[in-house]
Unconditional design. Structure first.
Length: 222
């Protein structure tokens, strides 16, 4: 049995090592969510356009990304891009680009399902009013689709926050890296891994509870 000792944890250690990593994890989550939703919406519209020259690139991109583990995409991008361009772009920038590109595939499927959940009668009504495809999507379909998809989008964002721990593989200073760095310096590696797991659990469980409440509110509105 391992003798665990958490007495070394104090506010100084948390502020010096953990908060920096937590800030990066949150920043990466926000950027990847916003960028992924924007790119994912574009991919979803391409798949729903009915034009093969738009559909097939989007289908290929989404299916390819969804079939590869995220950690492999992170490592490939981090190792291959500097080789191709002749210079390093840094672990943090690599993480931002990789997460946006990867999460776009998942957000694309959420957006596509949300758009298809809107009754076709509303689309036809917009067309009858003389709206173009872009106007119909922007003014009629997407606002309703976003409300329907909001709980799922937030759930995917929570999963994304959990996945940010994978950037530890390329040396980016995220929440997990902050805990591990403190553990190695103070000689309590087992304790910090357990503490990191608890922190991730508390954050994600709390956010999941909020999503369930939001989902119940949306169900009442409907």
């Amino acid at each position: 049995m391992i003798d665990l000792d958490f007495s070394f944890i104090d506010l100084d250690i948390l502020s010096k090592f953990v908060l920096k990593g937590f800030a990066f994890s949150v920043e990466l989550t926000v950027v990847a969510t916003l960028g992924g939703i924007a790119l994912g919406t574009l991919l979803a519209l391409m798949r729903l356009s009915g034009k093969k020259m738009l559909m097939w690139p989007a289908v290929t991109y989404v299916n390819t990304m969804r079939s590869i583990p995220l950690v492999m995409v992170i490592l490939w991008f981090f190792l291959l891009i500097p080789f191709l361009i002749g210079r390093s772009i840094g672990a943090e920038i690599s993480a931002f680009i990789t997460f946006v590109a990867f999460e776009a595939a998942f957000f694309s499927e959420i957006m596509r399902a949300g758009i298809q959940s809107i009754p076709r009668g509303q689309v036809f009504a917009g067309q009858a009013l003389g709206m173009s495809y872009a106007q119909n999507m922007r003014l009629v379909v997407l606002p309703q689709a976003f409300r329907n998809m909001l709980p799922v989008l937030l759930t995917q964002t929570i999963i994304l926050f959990q996945d940010t721990s994978l950037v530890y593989a390329i040396g980016a200073y995220d929440l997990l890296k902050g805990f591990v760095t403190a553990g190695k310096i103070y000689g309590h590696v087992e304790e910090v891994y357990l503490l990191a797991a608890v922190v991730y659990f508390v954050i994600c469980f709390g956010l999941s509870a909020l999503v369930r409440r939001l989902q119940a509110r949306i169900a009442i509105i409907r």
